[in-house]
Design a protein. Structure first.
Ligand code: ATP
Ligand code: MG
Length: 472
């Protein structure tokens, strides 16, 4: 994407020479001949950087700078100083300009300065995003009695080395709890390694978990370190443990008993010190009855069971969660904050949420992006959540008819707000859910039908949090 540079300078000759320099370097140039005009441009289409002349008739550069800062603190401004304004340039830096350029302008200086500033800006932005993600992503929101009981158990389990088994429906927050345990354990400084036992093809899971030596099987062109080894001195999170094959179960049991692993194709054993957290949304005892899950492995893993209750058993948490996800979405996507009116909130609290918090989160995100105005009303909700349509038998994560329609056909039911990117994502998601449904959630089949590699489809499912409903 081209960076857009706004040049505010009253001298046409300067604007013109900057335009040539910038366009030659593939920047998009926007010119303004006065402070007023420049401010209008900034409000209309936000540039990535402003080059601002200090000495201009009417509103001078310092005043424009102050106004720009008030408009948008994060917009980088580089001052252009002429003869006799160098000391002003220094003042400008104190007032928030990021750098300055002296006249006469050298094209090299201009380019180097722009590159530096934009790079710096990018890093800052990344930092902000990371911090935001770190803080809000791992926050466990809610204080219903049911959730408080979970947090109590977490507090007791975290400081120990004991194996924890997290039980609960899809989307209730098992992974979040697993990470919280790790972050509050003495191993917090070490790695948290996650293995999704359901997503890894049967024939690869052993080499994923235990690693392999180069040449140990066809396709093993490089040595691979397994997840258990990677997690040494840290925590391994065995997610969807109910989906492991009997053979893998036997090997995992051995690692847990012996605290050592063997890479495929190697006779050497390697000591590992890992804390295990396992999770499943399946009924493992039933699996044992049916002979699909090893009882001895179950007992090994089930040292501290923590049940994370479904959202419909802790509806008191819903308003807080809605606000949390609304805030997060608006921060992440640079959207205006929106409020949910009382009736909308009531409907959200009443709904069944088969997909639990993940479904709630996706619903809130979608509403934030697709609803126009600064208030989400009950009319904006998908019919089944509103309660005036027959309950869907579809997947919980599927966009509602209204928003999916808006995403694909641009219907007027919900005005797509936000950026092109958000619109594209929403459409892509709706498309994938549709195709998955048509193919009975058979991933390989769907990947084939839509002509994309299976790995890519898995990535998309992860990215959009698409999940098949268990009883759907
Ligand atoms: N109490 C909570 N507060 C804030 N966010 C939460 C809470 N519980 C869950 N979430 C969020 O909901 C989403 C789903 O949670 P998570 O992935 O931990 O569920 P899960 O139980 O592991 O689901 P699955 O069984 O489908 O893997 C995540 O984005 C998570 O951050
Ligand atoms: Mg999970």
């Amino acid at each position: 994407m081209k960076h857009r540079i706004l040049v505010i300078d009253d001298e046409a000759a300067i604007r013109e020479s900057l335009r040539m320099i910038l366009e030659y370097e593939e920047y998009a140039f926007v010119g303004a001949s006065s402070g007023q005009e420049g401010l209008a441009v900034v409000q209309r289409d936000r540039p990535d950087l402003v080059l601002l002349d200090i000495k201009m008739p009417g509103m001078d550069g310092m005043e424009v700078l102050r106004k720009l800062r008030a408009l948008d603190e994060t917009l980088p401004v580089v001052m252009i100083s002429g003869h006799g304004t160098t000391s002003t340039a220094v003042d400008a830096i104190k007032s928030g300009a990021i750098d300055f350029l002296d006249k006469p302008l050298s094209s090299e200086r201009v380019i180097v300065t722009l590159q530096n500033v934009l790079k710096q800006q990018e890093l800052r932005q990344e930092n902000r995003e990371l911090k935001l993600a770190m803080e809000s992503r791992y926050e466990i929101v809610g204080d219903s009695p049911a959730l408080r009981a979970v947090l109590e158990a977490v507090k007791r389990a975290a400081p120990t080395n004991a194996t924890v088994m997290l039980l609960g429906e899809s989307g209730v927050g098992k992974e979040l709890v697993a990470r919280t345990i790790h972050r509050n354990s003495p191993r917090a400084g070490q790695r948290f390694v996650q293995v999704n036992c359901a997503a890894i093809p049967e024939e690869l899971i052993e080499s994923e978990l235990f690693g392999h030596e180069k040449g140990s099987f066809t396709g093993a062109t490089e040595k691979q370190i397994g997840k258990f080894e990677q997690a040494d001195r840290g925590t391994i999170f065995l997610d969807e443990i109910g989906d492991m094959s009997p053979k893998t179960q036997a090997k995992v049991l051995r690692v847990l008993q012996e605290q050592e692993v063997e890479r495929l194709g190697s006779a050497r054993t390697i000591k590992v010190d890992v804390r295990v957290i396992a999770a499943t949304n399946k009924d493992l005892e039933e699996g044992i009855q049916r002979g699909e899950f090893r009882e001895d492995l179950f007992f090994r893993l089930n040292v501290i069971p923590i049940v994370v209750p479904p959202l419909r058993d802790r509806r008191d948490d819903i308003p807080q969660l809605v606000q949390h996800f609304a805030r997060r979405t608006s921060d992440e996507h640079n959207l205006k904050p929106k409020r949910f009116d009382a009736r909308a909130m009531e409907a959200l609290q009443r709904y069944r949420w088969r997909g639990n918090i993940r479904e709630l989160r996706n619903t809130v995100e979608r509403l934030m992006i697709m609803t126009s105005g600064d208030m989400v009303r009950v009319e904006d909700l998908p019919p089944d959540i509103r309660g005036d349509a027959p309950a869907r038998t579809t997947v919980p994560d599927a966009p509602s008819a209204a928003s999916a329609g808006a995403a694909t056909a641009g219907s007027s039911a919900a005005q797509p707000g936000g950026t092109l990117r958000e619109f594209k994502d929403a459409s892509e998601r709706a498309y994938l859910v549709q195709k998955l449904r048509e193919n009975n959630w058979n991933i390989s089949k769907t990947a084939e039908v839509i002509d994309t590699p299976r790995s890519n489809l898995y990535k998309k499912l992860e990215q959009y949090g698409i999940k098949q409903e268990v009883d759907g």
